[in-house]
Design a protein around this ligand. Sequence first.
Ligand code: SF4
Length: 608
Amino acid sequence: MRKLFHYTDHLEQVLPLLKKIEKAPNLSSKRLSQLAKKHPLKNGSLLSKTNIIRAYTGLAGKHGLAPFNQKIVKKIMMKPVRTISGVAPVTVLTKPFPCPGKCIFCPSDVRMPKSYLSDEPGAQRAERNYFDPYMQTYNRLDALQAMGHTVDKVELIILGGTWSYYPESYQIWFIKECFRALNEFNTNDDRDKIREKYKTIQQKLEKDKKHVLSDSPKENKKRFSDLLIDGENLDKKYNETIAELYVAPEKKLGIDVIQTANWEELFKEHKINETAVIRDVGLVIETRPDNISEAEVIRIRKLGCTKTQIGLQSTSDDVLEKNHRGHDVAVTKKAFRLLRQAGFKIHAHWMANLYGSNAEADNKDFDKLFSDEDFYPDELKVYPCSLIESAELMQYYKKGLWKPYSHEELLSVLEHVLLTTPPYCRLTRIIRDIPSPDIVTGNKKTNFRQIAEQSIEKKGISSKNIRAREIRYETFDAEKAELKTELYSTSVADEEFLQYVVETESGEKLLAFLRLSFPKENFLEELKDSAMIREIHVYGRALEIGKKGKNHAQHFGFGTKLIEEALKRAQEKGYKKLSVISAIGTKEYYRKKGFSDGDFYQYIDFSK
Ligand code: SF4
């Protein structure tokens, strides 16, 4: 077990360091690491930024230190951008489990859920926590808080393989445990108990010790070294190995019974979270388009989901087929239509450089995302295909059938992506952050986004996508904020993207937005004749619920103004209701704004 750092055991080393930090007017990262080197712990190790903040938070106002000052935390903070969009993201991974897909580009790391790599930092965090949802959520909150972030508004992002393919009882349990961690954070702590449970299970699997996943990524690397799946070694396919390694022993030991919950148990945690200190303001799951049906949409809504990450990968049937995707474009379109009617935010994954495509074809493929009315995603992750040893694509590469794009080709596609994405879509990523040792050949620059952005800047143009316009740390004059609307039409709804923007020295910046949807049809009885708020986002550093800060977009009431505007527009268009796909932890907020609780949505009925 990793030994937790307790600053009280190291006062002699920690206090002089904190005193120097207090006095340092402009503390650069370099200066901070110089100071940390001057004050090592007794065993010679250096204090991480996280532990310095942890110590400062606990010791401020004592032992000759001045009272707590958030500015000091800011000085030390590791990644100030993480909660700049106003919400703390907590990403958790599901356990390794078979996936119905056979996509040739997808890595097969048997220590991970399909498509994830054990070298990725988020994946290692999950592994250190036995992929347990409570431990992952709790420890992430702990780390974010120790880094000085406010964590009372959390977007839970559940990644890993194909969500809808996991047993329903596992899904309910997983989300229930995430919520339990939010609800118990800082008041109750079950982590030791849970860790002990996994340790006991490990001991029971002693005979097979070599392939038992421990909580040490380093140790697991050794234990699983003979189980690497490569493009040549396809007889040991991921699903079979996983079934043998985890699914069968889990059944034998009754782990599948432990990792089970029923709907009532989940609803109980949901209810607690509605008024908890740490609230869930968004819940994201990741799945395949062919797993989306009317019933599935209702089921994931029941789980509390508000957004889906969905792999569309390509808008070409030919490319999907060549990559053994297992479904065609018509299926993707249907999934988009159902999710949009149900009010979900659609976070799509699109890939460049797939087998069977080329840079020119990719650009045309990408254009369809915003010209074909069946698409129009709200957010996008763009993943140029990377060659990973454990993907079937290796064979195609060896036969000379596929090769990675040159720097110029990749740049041309990513520039096109940046410039074509409209103002109502957020380009969350345009390159997957794969550790370079995992990439056999091709681009290894994880800062390619920056390269592409700088390249278009040199040409005097910039991207208009949401991420490029977020206000972040810039100060602004709220009096000059202006309400603008972007209109677009999809096959199932007319969409209005309402946004408060302001001109700053660096151009037009986004302060807040609301996605207002006017459905043309709806399969959900509850949403008949109803307009829909699919998302509200007010930017600014995360503020604690109920608190107001200066210079934050969250301070100026943009959320309320946007809701009022949405109500007005829905009424003018003759809709009988305005519904909202609220997250569990935002229900109270909407109740205060006059919304009533429905079965799966909250609403205001104009006739009452
Ligand atoms: S569906 Fe997703 S996780 Fe499964 S093989 Fe395809 S890309 Fe990988």
